[in-house]
Design a protein around this ligand. Structure first.
Ligand code: ADP
Ligand code: MG
Length: 334
């Protein structure tokens, strides 16, 4: 960064962006961006901050992986409320010794994912610092009706999750060499690692679920399935949940590790960073939700139901266990 400098970088970045178009009237280059959305349903904004050594580890995360993931986690937050992504702001604190090629690869992967989701990079800030810090703000539009909140779950609602749970946790354990992957072939190891480094934000699914008006509450799983379900239950007025272990979707790779006895299945439910959607809906919406899953091309599985018990219970081989005590990641406690 020392030879490139702040303005050299911003100018190089500006040159690789398409000109502002659509709702974005003024993007990178002026004091502020000017965004004039046509839609009347409002704007959703999410922001996220990632600090080297805390949120990512450069020893196994490439610049391209980080460029992808730093935007993907924001896309996931927006998807969880049913927002259609629109424009992003990228703020970077960069150590002077950071290599230009690293930043080039970071930006290329960021812009590639941005383009795939029609996100325009509309601005940001660039400063020097001793640690690498990345902060991204993402705006999105609510296309139909209202966004889906965490707080709308009702007693008797079904609980669903998208995709599969626990892969990211396993991928991280493999990257950190905390578990042995010897029972897995190399493609399954690569799959699990990619689920950690390149999570798939469920943007299409989130938008379609929200637009259907049939989902009562939704969030994305970042802290761990049990912890995030706890957040949804608390926001919905202190409800409970009953889950069926046999229904929780696990990938083939995860199943293989569990059946080989390499870990406790419960760790998958508390591991975090799945970036899957967890949502609730009245049982009379089952057919419609199944159709949306097909149309969005994402597996959606019904894993339990909402109760008035104020606790999370899980049925495991015919025995009911309590999960409520299992916390997810907390920056100030872990
Ligand atoms: P100012 O000094 O007026 O705050 P800056 O010099 O910080 O402006 O930034 C100049 C322009 O470059 C602004 O439009 C800003 O949004 C954009 N910009 C700076 N850093 C980034 C970045 N990391 N990503 C995207 N845009 C950036
Ligand atoms: Mg200014």
């Amino acid at each position: 960064m020392a030879d490139w400098g702040e303005f050299g970088f911003i100018e190089a970045l500006r040159r690789r962006l398409p000109p502002a178009s659509g709702a974005l009237r003024i993007g990178v280059g002026d004091d502020a961006s000017w965004w004039r959305p046509e839609s009347g349903n409002g704007i959703l904004t999410t922001t996220d901050m990632l600090v080297a050594g805390i949120h990512f580890d450069l020893s196994y995360t490439s610049a391209a992986d980080l460029g992808y993931k730093s935007l993907a986690v924001n896309l996931s937050d927006l998807a969880a409320m049913g927002g259609r992504p629109a424009c992003a702001y990228l703020s970077l604190a960069l150590p002077a010794q950071l290599q230009k090629v690293w930043l080039d690869e970071y930006i290329a992967a960021f812009l590639q994912l941005a383009e795939a989701h029609n996100v325009q990079l509309a601005g940001g800030d660039t400063v020097a610092a001793s640690e690498l810090v990345i902060s991204i703000t993402l705006n999105g539009l609510v296309s139909e009706g209202n966004p889906v909140l965490r707080s709308g779950a009702e007693i008797g609602d079904d609980i669903y999750v998208s995709g599969s749970i626990g892969d990211s946790f396993l991928g991280l354990q493999l990257l950190q060499e905390r578990i042995a992957g010897s029972v897995l072939d190399s493609s399954k190891i690569a799959f699990l690692q990619a689920r950690h480094l390149r999570p798939s934000p469920r943007v299409g699914l989130g938008c379609q679920l929200a637009a259907s008006g049939r989902v009562s509450a939704m969030l994305d799983i970042s802290d761990g399935m049990v912890a995030d379900l706890g957040h949804l239950l608390a926001a919905s007025g202190g409800l409970g949940a009953e889950l069926d272990r046999a229904k929780i979707p696990l990938s083939q790779a995860a199943l293989k590790l569990v059946t080989a006895g390499h870990l406790d299945c419960r760790d998958l439910l508390t591991g975090g960073e799945d970036y899957e959607l967890l949502f609730t809906a009245n049982p009379d919406a089952r057919a419609e939700i199944a159709e949306i899953a097909i149309s969005a091309e994402v597996a959606v599985t019904r894993i339990g139901r909402i109760t008035d018990e104020k606790t999370i219970l899980m049925l495991v081989n015919g025995v009911t266990e309590e999960l409520s005590g299992r916390r997810g990641y907390d920056h100030f406690h872990d």
